[in-house]
Design a protein around this ligand. Structure first.
Ligand SMILES: [Zn+2]
Length: 719
């Protein structure tokens, strides 16, 4: 389902899934010496051993596919010039010889690790399915049964539209606006994306407390720009979307589908116009408007928040941050201007749109034809087991994660990663102490912020409790609805309570990482801590180019265009002197300009303001990791290895190789429109183009052989 799970400004390494679901359960700390505890310790010891062996095996298979950690000369195109296109120089041969599998829209090192992880999840799920001794109602029992339901294509097909029938009938029964809003509230419980999203999040200005977060929503396409862009390609895509809406409406038995699809386009375009731009949404000050329920009722007198909260069973919520008040006003106006019948069609469209991946093949395939093929260029859908595994990861991520880390993450990896993070933190602290452009007051605040960084590695200390989530044998979709409802209430139940600092916003198996400015913490799930990104058996230097950059990336997010607006306690507050803020913004502006000037393969340019934060974190991360490398190697920094590379060259190459990725043009276009991360090619070239140390490491000349490099006065130097 496409609803927002949690409003969290999570500054991630790659685009987070639409659903930012949090992870699993906790191996509690064995503090005592009771018998149980010792038993647990023994079990843990055995598990660790098993995990070490398992990890070794997986390392082998990763090595075959991806090359060993560090630099892989087979990836490179020695004919390319490092100063002209470093990404191609580092990866040209790999890019040429590694086609994108039909079921993917991009294929790179991170995707391959992710794909291998899916196989590990499959093993866990197959075992859970086969285990008839699992205690009824236990997590293993639940994931096993959900997997069984999801894999039973025959049953799903034979049920056809039956699992959705009641919901469609309820929409048909709506007689007036009052009933429309009540029905919308009930649909939100089931994860249907209509009008807006309500979830919870930290109060930006009181970081100890959780409040409600009400944000714009209700569009079928990924962003407002899809409706409003004027170029030929965008218009063609919009026409295809309209056809797709008509097709889906036809599948659920609607008449006059072309006319109705045109109506949906009209309604969604009006909502798109009223939506805030994704570049503006990066500014936390612009999306913070804490209001009482009465104030929200005044914004939307015809769609009362008070009624809504009663319908969803959360009438106790008394204040909410409204991300985009103007959007709510516009929706209220639209509700009255457009006919009730049209809004009923709108709800039905979003019902089938959100649920088709869990229905019979004809609905799922039709959905894939547009969202998979047309929008992102995939050729075929993922095999069923991968889709179901991802779905279970979304709804029971920590239940799956608890089993995943048992076999796939070792204490050694955790210890090594911790060591690397601390080393980089020290470098960043030293750097902050000596930055020329920062005055003493700001410097003090920055160091305070760094010192209070929280760190999470591998998996949560406390696993999420899924006891209230029921898995039944009725239909796959009915379980998805229950999963949505469980998540919805879990999120809203946090409102009005102190922040739970133990919570994770990614599952342990996720191949990604994040920094949360509100929690002021950096988080590295077990999923990303594996070769070739990270190898506990490799030396620190080898790990610095790939994983060191990732860690530095997350750390410097604390000081990017968004992160710099939150203090060490996670409160939205300016802690910069005016002069420093000006100097900082000037530096970020250089990156905005740099990326706005890049033309991406599919023909559009990056939105500089959208990608500046992530690009700044890439640059910050690589700069900090490079300083750590220099500290480590000292006078050995120019000693060449058996391939003729110096440690610095290997460092930059392993960074570039970690991002080797082939992307379909459709996906590239989509990323440019909505993803705050630049595409991998530009993540690599755009980052090193700013670095004097890169220029020196490859002895680049100041001529056309180094055309990728920025002129010295255009280089961004923050760290
Ligand atoms: Zn990031």
């Amino acid at each position: 389902m496409k609803s927002a799970k949690s409003i969290l400004i999570a500054l991630t390494l790659t685009l987070a899934p639409l659903y930012l679901i949090s992870p699993p359960a906790a191996l509690s700390d064995c503090g005592g010496d009771s018998e149980d505890c010792c038993k647990a310790k023994d079990e843990k010891g055995k598990d660790n051993k098993k995990a070490e062996e398992k990890v070794k095996d997986d390392t082998k298979s990763n090595t075959a596919l991806l090359g060993k950690s560090g630099v892989n000369p087979d990836f490179m195109d020695q004919k390319a010039l490092p100063g002209k296109d470093f990404y191609l120089y580092a990866n040209g041969t790999w890019l040429k010889n590694t086609p994108i599998p039909d079921e993917y829209d991009k294929w790179g090192v991170l995707n391959i690790i992710n794909d291998q992880n899916l196989k590990k999840l499959k093993n866990i799920l197959e075992a859970a399915k086969a285990n008839d001794k699992a205690e009824a109602g236990s997590n293993e029992d639940k994931i096993g049964r959900l997997y069984t339901m999801g894999m039973d294509q025959e049953k799903i097909d034979s049920q056809d539209l039956e699992p959705l029938k009641d919901e469609l009938a309820k929409v048909d029964e709506i007689k007036d606006l009052d009933q429309l809003q009540k029905a919308t509230a009930k649909l939100h419980l089931k994860g249907v994306n209509a009008f807006f999203n309500l979830t919870s999040g930290q109060d930006f200005k009181d970081s100890e407390m959780v409040i409600g977060q009400l944000f714009q929503g209700g569009l079928g396409l990924p962003d407002r720009d899809y409706y409003l862009n004027d170029d030929k390609e965008s218009k063609e895509l919009l026409a295809k979307y309209e056809k797709h809406v008509a097709r889906m409406l036809g599948l659920i038995g609607e008449k006059d589908t072309e006319k109705k699809a045109a109506t949906i386009l009209k309604l969604e375009t009006a909502m798109a116009k009223a939506s805030m731009k994704n570049t503006d949404m990066r500014d936390p000050f612009k999306i913070y408007h804490k209001m009482s329920i009465k104030e929200i009722d005044e914004l939307m007198p015809d769609f009362k928040a008070s009624t809504y909260l009663t319908e969803i069973g959360h009438e106790n919520i008394d204040s909410i941050n409204v991300g985009q008040p103007d959007f709510l006003k516009a929706v209220n106006k639209l509700l009255k201007e457009e006919s009730l019948e049209d809004w009923k069609t709108y709800l039905k469209w979003h019902l089938i749109d959100g649920t088709s991946p869990y229905l019979a093949a004809k609905y799922e395939d039709a959905n894939f034809d547009f969202f998979g093929k047309t929008l992102t260029g995939k050729k075929v859908n993922l095999p069923r087991w991968k889709r179901v595994s991802q779905t279970i990861d979304r709804y029971m991520g920590e239940a799956l994660g608890q089993l995943y880390v048992r076999d796939n993450f070792t204490p050694k990896a955790k210890e090594k990663a911790m060591h690397l993070v601390n080393a980089l933190k020290d470098v960043l602290r030293d750097d902050l102490k000596t930055l020329e452009w920062m005055d003493e007051e700001t410097r003090k605040n920055a160091i305070t912020k760094l010192n209070s960084f929280g760190l999470k590695i591998g998996y949560p200390d406390e696993w999420r409790d899924y006891s209230k989530l029921q898995i039944k044998d009725d239909s796959y979709l009915a379980n998805i609805f229950r999963g949505e409802e469980f998540e919805f209430h879990r999120n809203l139940d946090k409102i009005g309570k102190p922040v739970d600092r133990n919570e994770w916003f990614m599952s342990p198996q996720t191949v990604n990482a994040y920094y949360s400015p509100e929690l002021n913490e950096i988080v590295f799930p077990a999923g990303i801590l594996q070769p070739p990104i990270f190898d506990p058996d490799a030396d620190d230097a080898t790990n610095l180019g790939a994983m060191g950059m990732v860690i530095g990336h997350e750390m410097t997010h604390g000081f990017d265009d968004q992160g710099s607006k939150f203090d060490g306690k996670g409160n939205l507050k300016n802690w910069w002197s005016e002069a420093d803020l000006k100097r900082f913004k000037e530096r970020i502006a250089l990156i905005e300009t740099q990326y706005s000037n890049y033309k991406v393969g599919a023909g559009t340019n990056f939105k500089g303001k959208l990608v500046a934060g992530e690009a700044a974190a890439d640059l910050g991360g690589l700069t900090i990791a490079h300083k750590a490398l220099k500290n480590l190697y000292k006078d050995k920094i120019s000693e060449k290895d058996e391939n003729g590379f110096t440690p610095e060259q290997r460092f930059f190459l392993s960074f570039a190789q970690a991002w080797a990725t082939n992307i379909r043009p459709e996906k590239e276009r989509m990323m440019t429109a909505v993803d705050p991360h630049p595409t991998p090619h530009f993540r690599v070239n755009g980052t090193v183009a700013n670095m004097d140390s890169f220029e020196e490491a490859f002895s680049l000349k100041d001529d056309s052989s180094a055309s990728m490099m920025l002129p010295s006065d255009k280089r961004c130097r923050i760290w």
